[in-house]
Write a protein that binds this ligand. Structure first.
Ligand code: HEC
Length: 210
C-alpha cells in the first residue's frame, strides 16, 4: 500500500514538473518582454531616468532662444533618446511597446555671438550643443495613461542640473494636449523629426534602419 502511494506521489510530481516546464516554454512573448525602465513611486511620480545617454540617440530638434523672442518654450537643443529594444520594435511594427520611455534632454546652445543665437566656429556659423538644461520624458503605459492616448508626460525642470528627482504627471494642457492634437497617428511621437524612425518604410539606399 505504501509503495503504491509513493508511486502515485512520484507520478503526480512528475506531471507537475513537466507542466511547469511546458508552461515556461509556452508562456506568451508579451509576458517575457523586458521590464519597463520607468520607475514609479507609490504616489505615481516618475523617478528621474538614468543611463539614457547610452540609449539610441534619434535626433536633436533645435529651438534657440535667439529665434524665439529670447525665451524658447523648450530650451534649446532637444536631444532625444530611446532604448534600443524599443527602437527595434518601432522599426518593425510602427508603434512603441508598452513601457517605452522617451527622454528629451535639453541643452543650451554654446555662447551666442549673433542676435539669432548663433556663433562662428571653424566649421562655419551655426549652433553648437551647450550645457545640459533640463528634461522632458514620455512613458507609454496603457493602464496608467489611458486618458492621454496611453502616454504619460513628465517634466523634470527646464534648467541646469540638478534636476528634480521625481516628477508628477503633467497636465493635458501643459503637455499631452499638443501631442494629441498633432501626432496621435504616430504613437504620440514626432517621428517626422527623427530620420531613423521616419524612414521606417523608406526603400532608398542608406535611408532605412541603423
Ligand atoms: C505646443 C506643443 C507641445 C507641447 C505643449 C509639448 N510638446 Fe513635447 N514636443 C513637441 C514637438 C513639436 C516635439 C518635437 C520637436 C521638438 O522637440 O522641438 C516634441 C517632442 C517631445 C519629446 C520627444 C519625443 C517626441 O514625442 O518626439 C518628448 C519626450 C516630449 N515632447 C515631452 C513633452 C512634455 C513632457 C511636455 C510638457 C512639459 C511637452 N512635451 C509639451 C510639442 C509639444
Amino acid at each position: 500500500m505504501k509503495k503504491y502511494l509513493l508511486a502515485i506521489i512520484g507520478g503526480v510530481s512528475l506531471v507537475a514538473a513537466i507542466s511547469f516546464l511546458l508552461n515556461i516554454s509556452t508562456r506568451p512573448i508579451a509576458a517575457q518582454v523586458k521590464p519597463s525602465t520607468a520607475v514609479f513611486e507609490s504616489d505615481g511620480k516618475l523617478k528621474l531616468p538614468t543611463g539614457y545617454r547610452a540609449w539610441v540617440f534619434v535626433g536633436a530638434p533645435l529651438t534657440p532662444d535667439g529665434l524665439n523672442n529670447g525665451k524658447a518654450g523648450f530650451p534649446e537643443y532637444h536631444n532625444v533618446y530611446i532604448e534600443k529594444h524599443n527602437v527595434d520594435a518601432y522599426l518593425k511594427t510602427g508603434s512603441f511597446p508598452e513601457g517605452t520611455v522617451i527622454v528629451k534632454e535639453m541643452t543650451r546652445v554654446v555662447k551666442p555671438t549673433f542676435p539669432d543665437g548663433s556663433r562662428t566656429e571653424p566649421s562655419g556659423r551655426g549652433y553648437f550643443n551647450g550645457e545640459y538644461n533640463g528634461m522632458d520624458v514620455t512613458v507609454k503605459d496603457s493602464k496608467r495613461f489611458a486618458q492621454t492616448n496611453n502616454w504619460g508626460f513628465f517634466n523634470f525642470g527646464h534648467h541646469a542640473w540638478p534636476l528634480e528627482e521625481s516628477s508628477k504627471e503633467a497636465s493635458v494642457s501643459e503637455c499631452a494636449g499638443c501631442h494629441i492634437a498633432n501626432v496621435a497617428k504616430t504613437d504620440m511621437t514626432w517621428v517626422q523629426f527623427y530620420p531613423l524612425l521616419r524612414n521606417r518604410e523608406n526603400d532608398a539606399p542608406g535611408q532605412k534602419g541603423y
